[in-house]
Design a protein. Structure first.
Length: 145
């Protein structure tokens, strides 16, 4: 019962954060994601990483972005894996290691993650055009499910 109430609160914090971005309240959204992440929401931690990546509500910080993605993945957020792979492939917040990035994408793809399958195709089979990359990353914020 208590766990269900806490989970509902975390989900609401994450949803509120996504809604705030829709209305361009970036700092408030960042604060909402940070609080929900601190309380254990993996999706909020992923969204916090996106904030650091894009500089929404905070300054761009690839080191913090990478740490957020790793924490989200450790907490079971499959959506974090393609982000981590891209960090390794591009050297964002970590030492560049394209082979390790490809391995992460392949594992996530094999788990059924559609974004990872697309990224694997682009990075490993056919490099993406700028338009294709933007299409993949068009909706980067994830709501709690």
């Amino acid at each position: 019962m208590l766990w269900d109430m806490l989970w509902d609160e975390l989900s609401e914090l994450c949803r509120v954060g996504v809604d705030m971005f829709d209305y361009h309240f970036n700092k408030e959204a960042f604060d909402s994601f940070r609080l929900a992440a601190k309380l254990g929401s993996a999706n909020a931690m992923l969204n916090l990483g996106e904030c650091y990546f894009l500089g929404l509500g905070t300054v761009v910080d690839y080191d913090k972005m990478f740490d957020c993605y790793c924490e989200a993945a450790e907490a079971g957020c499959l959506y974090a894996l393609p982000r981590i792979a891209e960090c390794y492939m591009n050297g964002w917040g970590t030492v560049q290691n394209t082979e390790y990035g490809r391995q992460i994408l392949q594992k996530a793809r094999d788990c059924g993650d559609e974004e990872s399958a697309q990224l694997y195709h682009f990075y490993c089979e056919q490099p993406p055009t700028r338009e294709e990359w933007q299409q993949i990353h068009g909706n980067i914020l994830k709501e709690e499910k």
